[in-house]
Ligand binder design. Structure first.
Ligand code: C2O
Ligand code: CU
Ligand code: CU
Length: 460
């Protein structure tokens, strides 16, 4: 199957661009009618070929976030597609069934353009399906909802605005971009008519920096069935779910006992959001500061319906996590701020395809990576090319006003992006299989990533 991705041409840098794709119909479905890229649906085991055409006036790439693909088709900044140029990439779809996504990953001499280009609309969900998952009989069709959460700011004739220059944009670079309005699939949050049956909500946080605290309006617990790396071994419940940029969460909700006429709202609940830029902070004059409460989706029960299987007690019996012992090598990554210059990992900022000695790993090895966050901000840390398991989360220092998000963290299952709160030491186990070469690891707060909080690692 060949899928073409055209990056639309913005007339002005501050005007949004449309991302148009073409391909076999069962592979691509539009997501809303706004600026979002379409949903790409792939089957595990298939080989896919994508033709990427760049119609932007600047370099771009397309990165398949979360997918286990060879480095040369991973959409890394060292392999840009120039303006007017095209590239065809092909890979085997080997990952577990789940919700992944795609977005640009360019980084020039003046910094990254991931934040801007993703903001402008060059991102969308990518779903992998397989028979094992289908056999579970989870809600599908109209009972399966894909929700891409993003916050945006508008000016003039509904143009998207990003960084406006001056002090405000300095602040935005440090904290990460926060928009005035939340959009779901490119539109303001909406009400959907539903029946009295179970639903599956597959949610992608495609925001540049906003962290969501997802909860139900009637305070029922949130039932989690999957993470960024596919289904959990068994469902888990949380009072709310914390969803950081680039993370995905798979939720199951049963409306079979809800009376027609009633509505259930999915909200992003309030939290303090740190000492700066949060609810009580310096930027509280913002329309929607970090930690503001808002609706995400209203499910309005309009009809009585039978059907919908109960939630299976076991979801993924074959789920395999990397295993470690006392001899497993531990690599430590200290997350840091560089005054006036952005962010760093172990004191190093992004320097193109250069890799330090302690950033080289051995093909086939399993390692423990420990992220140490002594900054005042949370950092959603992402590793390219693989899915990892969280094996330890320790609070060592102060959470600096972000502790309200801790109860909603989902560490079970497989992940490619994990939130490290201030004061935390977080340990993941990861195995480097199949492909050698260069991959990236970075913070997925896009403004942090664009301002240096990204490095290559080498598999050898
Ligand atoms: Cu979402 Cu480097 O990626
Ligand atoms: Cu990625
Ligand atoms: Cu960060």
């Amino acid at each position: 199957d060949t899928v073409s991705i055209l990056s639309g041409s913005p007339s002005e840098v501050w005007r949004y661009t449309a991302n148009r794709l073409s391909g076999p119909e069962d592979t691509l479905t539009p997501l809303g009618d706004g600026y979002c890229g379409p949903v790409i649906r792939l089957r595990r085991g298939q080989r896919v070929r994508m033709r990427l055409e760049n119609r932007l006036p600047e370099d771009t790439t397309v990165h398949w976030h979360g997918l286990h693909v060879p480095p040369d088709v991973d959409g890394q900044p060292r392999l840009p597609i120039g303006p007017g140029a095209a590239m065809t990439v092909a890979f085997n779809v080997v990952d577990r069934a789940g919700l992944y996504w795609y977005h640009p990953h360019p980084h020039g001499p003046d910094g990254g353009r991931v934040g801007f280009q993703s903001y402008a609309g060059l991102a969308g969900p990518l779903i992998i399906e397989d028979d094992t998952e289908r056999a579970l009989g989870l809600p599908a069709g109209d009972q399966e909802m894909i929700l891409l959460l993003q916050d945006r700011s508008f000016a003039g004739d509904n143009e998207l605005t990003y960084l406006d220059g001056g002090m405000g944009s300095m602040m935005t670079r440090m904290r990460g971009f926060l928009g005035d309005q939340v959009l779901v699939n490119g539109r303001p949050p909406e009400t959907r008519d539903v029946g009295t049956r179970p639903y599956r909500l597959r949610i992608l946080n495609g925001s540049n920096s906003r962290i969501y605290k997802l909860a139900w309006s009637d305070d029922r617990p949130v039932t989690v069935i999957g993470t960024g790396g596919g289904l959990l071994a068994a469902p888990e419940q949380r009072p709310f779910v914390t969803l950081a940029p680039a993370q995905r969460i798979d939720l199951w909700v049963d409306l079979s006992t809800t009376e027609p006429g009633k509505a259930l709202r999915l909200v992003s609940d309030s939290y303090r959001g740190g000492m700066m830029g949060g609810m009580g902070g310096m930027m509280s004059d913002m329309a929607l500061p970090a930690g503001a409460r808002f609706d995400v989706l209203t499910l309005s029960v309009t009809r009585r319906e039978r059907g919908g299987a109960p939630l299976p007690k076991r979801l993924a019996d074959a789920l395999q996590l990397p295993t470690v012992d006392q001899d497993t090598r531990v690599r430590r990554f200290e997350l840091g701020v560089v005054m006036m210059r952005g962010f760093a990992i172990n004191g190093r900022q992004f320097r193109g395809a250069t890799v330090a000695d302690d950033e080289t790993v051995t093909l086939g090895d399993t390692e423990i990576w420990e992220f140490v966050n002594n900054t005042m901000m949370p950092h959603p840390m992402h590793v390219h090319g693989l899915q990892f398991a969280v094996i330890g989360r320790k609070q060592v220092g102060s959470r600096r006003g972000w502790s309200g998000l801790a109860a909603g963290l989902v560490d079970a299952g497989l992940h490619d992006t994990i939130l490290v709160l201030p004061g935390e030491h977080l340990r993941i186990a990861l195995t480097f299989t199949d492909f050698d070469g260069l991959y990236l690891y970075h913070c997925h707060n896009m403004e942090h990533e664009d301002n240096g909080m990204m490095r290559y690692y080498r598999v050898r």
